[in-house]
Write a new protein. Structure first.
Length: 475
């Protein structure tokens, strides 16, 4: 659901240490006695009652020069840098000998270099690599949620019966698991080898996954309308994976337009089975044709070269298992409260934006923390803040409907924290925990499913706090 993650820059935690170790070189005047900036001897003390002077007052012209060029001299790594600045400022030989009492320009520069301690300025913070447009995430959320309207539009075409429903569910699970693993592999190859490398993975992987999902639906449902619907679902999910990986969310939204229009028309009249079938076929055909065009375009036009093979297929296995577990938990939740799952699906755009937001907060914590414990607290606070924000988005629609938000919040917490760990390259723990939760929810009574998800969410939050509270996880 999210792309490859770039490395973050390092931390600026050593600024305090540099300040503590700063020493004054020999010959630097002691400024701690009366607030004057220059050296003080009995001969230089004024005979009249002195008025209050600013700390920057310098009685010696050379001290005044050192104060004026303190930033330049502190950042210099060699006296010649100071000499170049003095020369560019128009310092003449007459001023050097007459006003400052030094032999030449280089003598002035060397003495300034010795007097002024090194004060290298901290570099400007780099641009935030995790800043992303919230509107793009909202668009992706709509793309994730709108396909659910196909089930509303095609409800009259779906056959009843346990076998038919099992075939449709099995087809969806196979497609979710396969496409989750395929998306991970394609994203990795996109980062290392460019769009051409990603297109090569998608060119083979997307059709294979679609065929596997279609076979699962046909095997359990048997020939008929349900198997045809499962085939269309498999083709759309494969095409959607291609378009999302290659950044073509708008094309996918355009392909969904016929289905969205047909679902909206149900509020006014019944379009009829032929119209419904035609709208669904147009959506699937448009998505497949757009995905094929994007693959061909990427293979022809992208000149980026990179590693030819990418990671081994086993590296994508935990992502595929997570897709299987997440799909199973979602289907079980849909059997209890279908509208709640629609809210969950539509919230995926917000979830993705909060993943980016957590990365930004982690980067800020690296810059401002001075101890490992301090960074862990900042990272933990950012984790709770982002998770609470996502759960608030989930809770609002359920409270409006008057439905208890507990089951939906537990499932949402599981999915978001699992995706967060995956975003940091930790794939097996969330896959194992989500699989265990799915197995427990399937074997136990429906009443314990929220408790199972809550326990899984608590485990994932603790793992996230422990792993992401280390600065090395954010580098």
């Amino acid at each position: 659901m999210s792309g490859p993650l770039r490395l973050l820059p390092g931390t600026g935690d050593t600024a305090q240490e540099h300040a503590a170790r700063r020493r004054f070189p020999a010959g630097w005047p002691d400024n701690t006695t009366d607030g004057h900036a220059g050296p003080h001897t009995p001969d230089s003390l004024p005979t009249l009652t002195p008025r209050r002077r600013r700390p920057s007052w310098a009685e010696d012209p050379f001290d005044e020069l050192a104060e004026r060029l303190a930033d330049v001299c502190g950042a210099a790594v060699h006296p010649d840098e100071i000499a170049a600045v003095l020369e560019s400022d128009g310092l003449t030989q007459e001023q050097i000998t007459g006003r400052y009492g030094r032999r030449d320009l280089f003598e002035v520069a060397e003495e300034l270099y010795e007097r002024v301690p090194r004060r290298f300025p901290d570099p400007e913070p780099p641009p935030d690599p995790w800043r992303t447009s919230p509107w793009r995430c909202v668009l992706r959320g709509a793309v994730f949620g709108l396909p659910g309207l196909a089930y509303v539009l095609g409800a009259g075409l779906l056959a009843s019966g346990t076998g038919a429903i099992a075939g449709l569910a099995a087809s969806a699970l196979v497609a979710w698991a396969w496409n989750q693993g395929l998306a991970h592999r394609a994203y990795v190859r996109l980062a290392s080898g460019g769009r051409r490398a990603a297109a090569r993975s998608l060119r083979v992987g997307a059709p294979v996954g679609a065929l596997g999902a279609m076979a699962a639906g046909l095997l359990l449902s048997g020939p008929g309308t349900m198997a045809a619907f499962a085939a269309g679902q498999a083709l759309y999910l494969a095409a959607g994976t291609v378009l999302l990986v290659l950044g073509r969310e708008r094309d996918l939204l355009l392909a969904l337009a016929p289905t969205v229009a047909g679902a909206a028309s149900l509020l006014l009249w019944d379009p009829g089975p032929l119209t419904v079938t035609g709208l669904l076929l147009v959506t699937v055909a448009a998505a497949v044709l757009m995905a094929a065009r994007e693959i061909v375009t990427s293979l022809r036009t992208d000149s980026t070269t990179g590693p030819g093979n990418g990671p081994p297929p086993a590296a994508s296995l935990p992502y595929a298992l997570f897709g299987l577990a997440a799909g199973s938990l979602t289907l079980m939740a849909a059997s209890a409260d279908g509208p709640a799952v629609v809210v969950l699906t539509l919230s995926m755009g917000v979830a993705e934006w909060l993943l980016y937001r957590y990365r930004s907060l982690g980067l800020a914590a690296l810059r401002h923390s001075t101890t490992p414990r301090g960074f862990q607290l900042r990272a933990g606070r950012a984790l709770l803040l982002c998770l609470a924000g996502y759960l608030a988005v989930l809770a609002a629609p359920t409270l409006i409907r008057g439905v208890s938000p507990g089951p939906l919040l537990a499932l949402g917490a599981v999915l978001w924290t699992a995706l967060l760990l995956q975003a940091f390259g930790t794939a097996w723990p969330p896959a194992a925990i989500c699989l265990a939760a799915a197995l427990g929810a399937a074997l136990g009574p429906a009443a314990v499913r929220p408790l199972v998800c809550a326990c899984a969410a608590a485990a994932l939050v603790l793992i996230s706090y422990a792993l992401l509270g280390r600065a090395t996880a954010h580098r």
